[in-house]
Write a protein that binds this ligand. Structure first.
Ligand code: GTP
Ligand code: MG
Length: 228
């Protein structure tokens, strides 16, 4: 059995009120645009607005989730072949928010030199970006956390960057599997100080969880506006 999740289910989230879900919808209803790409640390764009980054293994669905969030199918390039996104890609929407699509890691078929360069770029960015407010670590609902994710979690923890797991491709697992996977990951994340002990289950294909993730990001934008 697969999870019969729809965008309506996501709207009926228990974690966010209707008001918060609506704030998320409004935040992402505007126009989103490509704002730049960086293949090296030296070419990163200057820090301007608050950044929210999407990290995860190759092919986990990072670019697809950015398209689902922004409602623009072709904004971030996706592919069924791993290793599609090879640079940090920046998207701007409302004045206070930038989304960052990261290259995937754990892609064994790429040239060793390339892997080393991507790894250094991703870890360097995650460690040293003052404007980075939150990292969503995307994890395939079929596979759970993998050793390659542990290195990213270690970097995020050491740099005290706020982060939370987002399960992707939830349309591909049964409700029972989704529950087991969620329980295991929650237990794992509870041990980590900079991590959110909860997670958001999504499917870019059905739209499940997308409204909830928008609400989470809208809440983050509000918190940052209050701090400044
Ligand atoms: P890299 O850029 O290579 O690191 O990959 P990525 O994490 O950006 O993945 P991408 O968004 O390119 O998606 C990879 C593949 O997974 C594509 O074939 C997508 O259509 C598919 N995919 C993404 N999200 C979902 C989902 O929610 N459900 C299903 N069934 N497939 C998905
Ligand atoms: Mg990608």
């Amino acid at each position: 059995m697969t999870v019969a999740a729809t965008e309506d289910d996501a709207t009926a989230s228990t974690r966010y009120s209707h008001v918060e879900i609506e704030a998320g919808r409004r935040l992402f209803a505007g126009e989103w645009k490509f704002a730049g790409a960086a293949a090296t640390a030296a070419t990163l764009p200057p820090m301007a607005a608050m950044e929210v980054a999407f990290a995860g293994r190759s092919n986990v669905g990072k670019s697809s989730l950015i398209n689902a969030l922004t409602g623009r199918r072709g904004l971030a390039r996706t592919s069924n072949r791993p290793g599609r996104t090879q640079e940090l890609i920046f998207f701007v929407g409302p004045p206070d928010l930038v989304l960052v699509d990261l290259p995937g890691y754990g892609y064994a078929a790429a040239a060793k030199q390339k892997i080393a360069a991507w790894t250094a770029l991703i870890h360097g960015y995650l460690r040293g970006r003052a404007s980075l407010a939150r990292v969503y670590l995307l994890v395939d609902a079929r596979h759970g956390l993998k050793p390659a994710d542990e290195a990213i979690l270690a970097t995020l923890g050491a740099a005290a960057v706020s982060h939370e797991v987002v399960l992707t491709k939830c349309d591909q697992v049964s409700a029972g599997e989704l529950e087991d996977r969620s329980r295991t990951i929650r237990a794992e994340m509870q041990r980590r100080a900079a991590a959110f002990p909860d997670l958001i289950a999504t499917s870019s294909r059905t739209g499940a969880g997308v409204a909830e993730l928008r609400a989470a990001i809208a809440q983050l934008v509000r918190e940052h506006a209050n701090i400044r």
